[in-house]
Write a protein that binds this ligand. Structure first.
Ligand code: NAD
Ligand code: DAU
Length: 339
């Protein structure tokens, strides 16, 4: 079977490519990725050596290129990871998020219809549900929670989700959607909280915590997310949404302190900076459905996952130093310079 993975040179996509090649060595994995700032061929170096893997550079909004690839590969399963994924960047340039996340999803689904794929799987996010109050620990996002977005990023992901469900109902496209909480692990671009804090702490630089640091995220080790997607795209019910999360809620401050402890660095590196506009307070997933229907449970505890992640960044300094040496410096200055 051939699986087409879009966005496979990004954080979760590259982890997913390795997960599939290891777990299902009989399947072929084709990666379509535009190699934006977030895409990195160094993350796929090992995969490139595997004859079951093919990398194709291309944009998911480029209809002709997408159709040409479907014509060549005739994938049975399409998994759409490709997206603009960073909330802060969506505040700077909402249009790019609409283009990639909504129009790109439409293009991938049109091709999936035309070539009759067995499953189109959309990788979505818990951010489509908006946020929960900090003083109601009894509340969780279920698949029935209303969509209620806060940022251009989450609105573009919710728009894509609605389009996916519309293609299922109107055209009978066999779809599924997973909505996952915050991931962390290897190959995570250092604009996001955990890798940003690891790489800056290693250089003894200040650690910019937004607002009072008490916003809560529900952290999941990336491999557990990959396992969930693999189960849903192969065995999940058609037309269904599955929430994915590990009941692992932490304040941002708690996460940053854990990283510092793991690195043996002082908490005095923490600095409080101006808050993100529209900053979601708390995310918390109820994963009962995927557990009951598909037996999925997270396998990696936060302590173990953070330990492995920090070790990965220590062992792969070239990977992130190459990123930090490029356009990233302008990004950091622009976003944090006057904060
Ligand atoms: P990422 O930003 O690390 O990677 C995105 C990848 O998509 C990059 O390789 C980039 O080059 C590629 N891409 C961007 N625009 C493209 C285009 N027009 N055509 C082809 N490729 C393009 O993102 P990530 O954190 O790995 O997230 C992957 C997916 O998972 C996204 O859809 C995101 O919304 C979703 N998600 C992420 C998280 C998380 O915690 N990171 C949690 C839940 C869901
Ligand atoms: O919940 C899933 C989502 O998780 C995904 O859909 C997104 O693609 C992914 O980027 C992530 O979104 P967040 O906005 O939660 O992740 P981020 O790492 O940007 O921020 C996590 C928290 O840390 C958030 O409350 C903001 C805060 N933060 C972030 C950065 C980058 C800081 O305090 N300082 C920072 O420098």
């Amino acid at each position: 079977m051939t699986i087409l993975v879009t966005g496979g040179a990004g954080f979760i996509g590259s982890n997913f490519v390795y997960y599939e090649l290891n777990k299902h060595p009989e399947d072929r994995v084709v990666c379509l990725d535009a190699l934006t700032y977030a895409g990195n061929l160094e993350s796929l170096e090992e995969a490139m050596k595997n004859p079951q893997f093919r990398f194709v550079r291309g944009d998911i909004t480029d209809r002709a290129a997408v159709e040409k690839l479907f014509e060549e590969e005739r994938p049975e399963i399409v998994v759409n990871f490709a997206a603009e994924s960073h909330v802060d960047r969506s505040v700077e340039d909402p249009g790019l998020f609409i283009r990639t996340n909504v129009l790109g999803t439409q293009t991938m689904m049109d091709a999936s219809r035309k070539y009759g794929v067995k499953r189109y799987h959309q990788v979505s996010t818990d951010e489509v549900y908006g946020d929960l109050p900090l003083d109601r620990p009894d509340l969780f996002f279920t698949e029935e929670t209303h969509l209620h977005t806060s940022s251009p990023y989450s609105a573009s992901k919710a728009g894509a989700d609605l389009l996916v469900l519309a293609y299922a109902r109107t055209f009978g496209l066999p779809v599924s959607i997973t909505r996952c909480s915050n991931n962390y692990g290897p190959y995570h671009f250092p604009e996001k909280l955990i890798p940003l804090m690891i790489t800056r702490a290693l250089a003894d630089e200040s650690l910019p915590v937004y607002g009072n640091g008490l916003n809560v995220r529900d952290w999941l080790y990336v491999e557990d997310h990959c396992a969930a997607i693999d189960l849903v795209m192969r065995r999940g019910r058609e037309g269904e949404v599955y929430n994915v999360g590990g009941h692992n809620e932490r304040t941002n401050l708690d996460v940053v302190k854990t990283v510092l402890r793991e690195l043996g660095k002082p908490e005095s590196l923490i600095t409080y900076v101006k808050d993100r506009p529209g900053h979601d307070r708390r995310y918390a997933i109820d994963p009962t459905k995927i557990h009951n229907e598909l037996g999925w449970l997270p396998e990696t505890t936060f302590d173990e996952g953070i330990h492995r992640t920090v070790q990965w960044y220590l062992d792969h300094q070239d990977w992130w130093k190459h990123i930090l040496a490029g356009e990233y410096q302008n990004y950091y200055e622009h976003m944090y310079g006057n904060r």
